[in-house]
Structures are given as structure tokens and as C-alpha cells.
Ligand binder design. Structure first.
Ligand SMILES: Cc1cc2nc3c(=O)[nH]c(=O)nc-3n(C[C@H](O)[C@H](O)[C@H](O)COP(=O)(O)OP(=O)(O)OC[C@H]3O[C@@H](n4cnc5c(N)ncnc54)[C@H](O)[C@@H]3O)c2cc1C
Length: 417
């Protein structure tokens, strides 16, 4: 069977649905393919986003299920610092409804949602042929452009020979209910508008653990780690290490998930674009990819539309996409990646000192509060580095030579704190 369309978007996640909407709105024949029966199900996400993301998604405040004002950062050794307070810094969303809403927007603009798994894509005379499978039935059709919005294990990228993001973090997520009277039992002073973040290389090698209150006595918790470690084992260690925070969480659902880190070497090719996790458009500090995926989707659709207008879907014509999305978010993602590497290479003893320094200094904390932004974390981290005299050079060196920055930090940190 051959059913032609202008654009086949693979994956009805945020990045795919948004690209599909913008292209359909401009009058292209768009087919949006999703392998799961229900869009957004099962969710593999904690659903924490910035208020800015709501604006980018053009979704109103009705999507918010809980507002968060700050974060406690806990080290393995037991230090803790509270950052934030006051204004809403982030919001928790119902991730399933979020994906449904974005997909509804795409369909309302004219995109056709097709429930099928794409099993492969091949190039064919200035077009691509997509092979699909649904309820055991196989089919294929052609499109002039395929957009891979199919997540961190992108089949579109793999079958068209595009390399994926260089690094991956494996996560275990937990949705849970809080048993009552937890504050009374633990004595830890905290409201339910603060996230908890847990750092430590033995606890969460290469990543971190988290608890996100989502209102009405519910939480989303989890942990990530680099390959070679088991997220479930890390989660057990985390709950043992912080019984006061985890003992009262009654798990209702466990899920796994993969976070890609670092950009795919190329997010475009002849007749193909990659968006969202498939292209590694993810924040390297938090793994958050909803905002960045939506931004990239806006650029993907704009580049595709100008390629269609010029009747040229070659890699050269589509290369504008990579230039445009990198111009908007590439610098932040690159900087955060470097700062993350410096942080990891420092080791727990130094991270411990940084957390202690932060908790002892009202000035540093208020700087963090003033400039904290979950979509652009490098800005506040660099400000913090610049504000500590012995780290004055660190910020600029980090941007150019992470190795040198690390040596500098090792040499000066004991005096800085
Ligand atoms: C544990 C965890 C917690 C996270 N928490 C947050 C958070 O709090 N905030 C945040 O911003 N980000 C978070 N993220 C990251 C966020 O979930 C992703 O960055 C985001 O979902 C990427 O969107 P996407 O559209 O690129 O891909 P996805 O959301 O992964 O969507 C891809 C879609 O493609 C479909 N698909 C895949 N292959 C095929 C195929 N062959 N054929 C048809 N359909 C296919 C999938 O079913 C899916 O619907 C988290 C990730 C993990 C793992």
C-alpha cells in the first residue's frame, strides 16, 4: 500500500506533535505516527517544567497541577542547602494530558494521527519510504520529508544512518503517595513546594536523585545513573541513605527512562530532520527536554517550510534548522554540558564543599534565588563561580577549556570555601 504525504512525523511526543502542528497549519499534508495506542501513555517523565515552557507550548495554566518555589540540594555526606523560595520557579504538569493536548493541537491544525510503529525508513528518489506495523499488519508509504521525533532510541535516526547523542543516562522513576504526618516524623522543615535533589557519585553515579511534590500528598521520585550501574540498586541505596525523606513515600508506579546527553552530531540530512530527544536537545544538568524540544520543533517546522517553498529537501537546504536551533539554545546546552563535566570530575568532596559554602552564605543563596532559571542553569552557576573570589577565573576558563577549569577549581576551592 502506498499512501503519500508531504511530511511524516514519527512520534507524538512534545517535539513531534509541535513540529506536526506547525507544518499542518501552513497547509502541508502531515502524517503523525505514534506507536502507542494512547498518546503520552505510559509516561516516562517527572513533568517538571518552567513557566516559560507553558508559553512556548501555548498551553494555559490549566496544565499546572502543582507550583514549585525552590529546591533542597542534599549531598551524600548529609549537607543540605535550600535554594529558592517565594515566586514560582517551576511547575509540575500531568505529562499524559500535556502530550495529548499537543497532539490535539496538531490534529486540529490538520495533521493526521496514525497509530502505527515505524519499523524502518529508507531513501527513495528524493523521498523517504516509511515501513510501519500495526496490530501485526505491515504497510509502507512515502513522504518528501521525515521528522524523527521518536525519542532517545530514535529508529528514524538509526535506519537512516544518522548518529545519535553520544551519552545516555538510565533512570528509574517512581510515582508515589505520601503517608500522612511525614514532617512530624522526620522533623525536616520543608513545605511541599520544594523539590529535593540528591547528589553523590556513589549514590547516583553520573546523575542525581530527586523527589518532586506534585500536590495533594503525591510525589514523583527517581534516580538516574550512567551505563554500568543499575537504577533500581541506586534507588534502593538512596532510600536507605535518606529514610527521613523516602520512608513515607508509598510507590504506586515504577517506570524506566533514558536521557540522552550531548547533541547528535547532525540533526538533519537529505529528507530528514531530528527533533527533541532524538537529536539530544536536552538540558545536561536536569535531563529536562520538554522546553528544548519545543524550541527545536519551532525551528524544525520553519526550516522545513522554507525547504518546501524552495522545492529543495536536500541536507544543504535543511541545514538551516541546525543553525537556527543552536543559535537559540545551543550555547546554553554546550555550556551546561561543560559545567556538568567539571562538576562530575571534581568528585564528592569538592561538591560537598560547594554545598556547604552555599548554605553558609546568604549572599550566594540570594544570588542563586535572583538568577536561578531551570531552562538556563549555566547563567546562575557562572554567576556563583564569578562571585567567589578564588573562583574568579573559573567561569571564563570553563567555557573554553574544561580541563584547565577543573585544575583551577581543585587548586582554589579549599580556600574559596
Ligand atoms: C525519568 C525521566 C524524567 C524526566 N523528567 C523531565 C522533567 O521533569 N522535565 C522535562 O522537561 N523533561 C523531563 N524528562 C525528559 C523528557 O521526558 C524528554 O526530554 C521529552 O519527553 C522528549 O520529548 P520528545 O518529543 O523528543 O520524545 P518523547 O517524549 O520520548 O516522544 C517520543 C514519541 O515517539 C514514539 N515513538 C518512538 N519510536 C516510535 C516508532 N518507531 N514509531 C512510532 N512512534 C514511536 C513514542 O511512543 C513517543 O510517544 C525526563 C526524562 C526521564 C527519562
Amino acid at each position: 500500500m502506498t499512501l503519500d504525504c508531504d511530511v511524516a512525523v514519527v512520534g507524538a511526543g512534545p517535539a513531534g506533535s509541535r513540529t506536526a502542528r506547525n507544518l499542518a497549519r501552513a497547509g502541508l499534508r502531515v502524517r503523525l505516527l505514534e506507536e502507542h495506542r494512547a498518546v503520552g501513555v505510559p509516561s516516562h517523565c517527572s513533568g517538571l517544567i518552567s513557566p516559560r515552557t507553558l508559553r512556548e507550548a501555548e498551553i494555559g495554566e490549566e496544565a499546572i497541577i502543582h507550583r514549585l518555589a525552590g529546591a533542597f540540594v542534599h549531598t551524600e555526606a548529609g549537607s543540605e542547602v535550600a535554594l529558592g523560595g517565594g515566586d514560582t520557579r517551576a511547575v509540575a504538569i500531568d505529562r499524559v494530558r500535556w502530550d495529548e493536548t499537543l497532539c490535539d493541537q496538531a490534529q486540529a491544525a490538520g495533521a493526521e494521527l496514525v497509530r502505527a510503529r515505524v519499523t524502518g525508513v529508507e531513501r527513495e528518489d528524493h523521498r523517504v519510504r516509511l515501513h510501519t506495523q500495526c496490530d501485526g499488519r505491515e504497510a509502507s508509504f512515502t513522504a518528501r520529508l521525515v521528522v524523527g521525533g521518536d525519542g532517545s532510541h530514535s529508529r528514524v535516526a538509526r535506519t537512516l544512518g544518522l548518529a545519535g547523542p553520544p551519552e545516555k543516562v538510565y533512570c528509574l522513576g517512581v510515582e508515589g503517595k505520601l503517608r500522612p504526618a511525614r514532617d512530624a516524623r522526620t522533623g525536616v522543615p520543608r513545605g511541599d513546594d520544594f523539590v529535593h535533589v540528591f547528589v553523590g557519585q556513589d549514590l547516583a553515579p553520573g546523575w542525581f536523585g530527586w523527589i518532586i511534590p506534585t500536590g495533594e500528598g503525591r510525589v514523583r521520585a527517581g534516580i538516574g545513573c550512567r551505563p554500568g550501574h543499575k537504577p533500581i540498586a541506586c534507588y534502593r541505596r538512596l532510600t536507605d541513605r535518606f529514610p527521613g525523606l523516602f520512608a513515607d513515600i508509598e510507590p504506586c508506579r515504577f517506570y524506566g527512562g533514558t536521557i540522552p546527553l550531548g547533541f547528535a552530531p547532525r540533526s538533519y540530512g537529505d529528507n530528514v530532520l531530528l527533533v527533541g530527544d532524538a537529536a539530544g536537545q536536552v538540558k545536561p544538568f536536569s535531563g529536562g527536554g520538554i522546553y528544548t524540544g519545543l524550541v527545536a520543533a519551532r525551528h524544525a517546522a520553519a526550516a522545513a517550510l522554507s525547504a518546501f517553498a524552495a522545492d529543495d529537501l536536500s541536507a544543504r537546504a535543511l541545514s538551516r534548522y541546525e543553525r537556527d536551533w543552536k543559535r537559540e539554545i545551543g550555547r546554553e546546552l554546550r555550556r551546561s554540558l561543560r559545567l556538568r563535566r567539571v562538576g562530575l570530575a571534581l568528585g564528592d568532596a569538592h561538591v560537598e564543599r560547594v554545598v556547604r559554602a552555599l548554605s553558609a552564605s546568604g549572599g550566594l543563596q540570594s544570588l542563586a534565588v535572583r538568577h536561578g532559571d531551570i531552562d538556563y542553569p549555566s547563567r546562575v552557576l557562572l554567576r556563583l563561580a564569578r562571585s567567589a573570589p578564588a573562583l574568579a577565573l573559573l567561569a571564563s576558563v570553563t567555557l573554553r577549556r574544561p580541563g584547565a577549569a577543573l585544575n583551577l577549581l581543585r587548586a582554589h576551592l579549599p580556600f574559596a570555601v
